[in-house]
Design a protein around this ligand. Structure first.
Ligand code: SF4
Length: 244
């Protein structure tokens, strides 16, 4: 086992095991470590409890060992894939946690918008880069995104994931994907439902289904045959509820 470290990470929540609900690892059992804090403010963010400072009192500074204790307790000590999410988990020092978990046979997947490159990206098993499209109200920094791809290098499986609400988002996904032709692409219809304050929430399943069909038609119409189109499985099963 790798020697223990004292990195302190700001944690919003740790939960599971559940399944990864989207992207390249969809359906895979996982424990989530959701960090607190984000350098973005997307208009349709579904994780505001891990983004906005008004929720900061819920975030807990945890040592690598404290996080690891929770992960091993939740997984029953049986190695699985740990999903690092946020917020933007790239803000936090997660390299020691990844080292510690690898020593115990666990694997690590991280999702980030690709605004901050970290050397420890190369230690990951899966890196999901999810550049935010125009509907988010944010501007994607393609140089920073390229830096993230470079930091990961040959270490993890690196993929692109795009949330798509409309034709402008779809065109954005096409353009960004064209800049990184070696990276697999995952597309998912956007979820407009704002997360409720109490953490429970229903979603407009009919609207999501309609957007999913539109997205499938758009991919087929463009002959974009290397793209994967997937729904958010956890949203279909549990809406916007937290901790599942
Ligand atoms: S990057 Fe992700 S966590 Fe941050 S505001 Fe946007 S959707 Fe929310």
């Amino acid at each position: 086992m790798t020697e223990a470290s004292s990195s302190t990470v700001l944690v919003s929540e740790i939960f599971g095991p559940t399944i990864q609900g989207e992207g390249v690892l969809i359906g895979l059992p996982t424990v989530f470590v959701r960090t607190g804090g984000c350098d973005y403010r997307c208009s349709w963010c579904d994780s505001l409890h891990a983004v906005e400072s008004r929720f900061r009192h819920d975030w807990k500074p945890m040592s690598t060992e404290e996080i690891w204790s929770d992960v091993t307790r939740l997984s029953g000590g049986k190695p699985l894939t740990v999903s690092l999410s946020g917020g933007n988990p790239a803000i936090q020092p997660l390299g020691d946690l990844i080292d510690l978990g690898h020593g115990e046979g666990y694997r690590f997947a991280l999702e980030t918008q690709g605004s901050l490159a970290r050397p420890w990206f190369s230690q990951l098993d899966t890196l999901v880069l999810s550049p935010k499209p125009p509907s988010s109200g944010m501007v994607c920094d393609l140089t920073a995104l390229a830096d993230c791809v470079g930091a990961a290098g040959e270490g993890p499986q690196t993929v692109l994931k795009f949330v798509v609400f409309d034709a402008e988002d779809f065109a954005f996904a096409r353009n960004v994907a064209a800049r990184f032709p070696a990276l697999p692409v995952y597309l998912q219809p956007g979820n407009h439902t704002p997360p409720p304050a109490d953490g429970e929430g229903n979603v407009d399943i009919d609207g999501l289904t309609e957007r999913m069909r539109w997205l499938v038609d758009a991919v087929a119409g463009e002959r974009w045959f290397s793209a994967h189109v997937l729904p958010q499985l956890h949203v279909m099963l549990w809406g916007n509820r937290r901790g599942v």
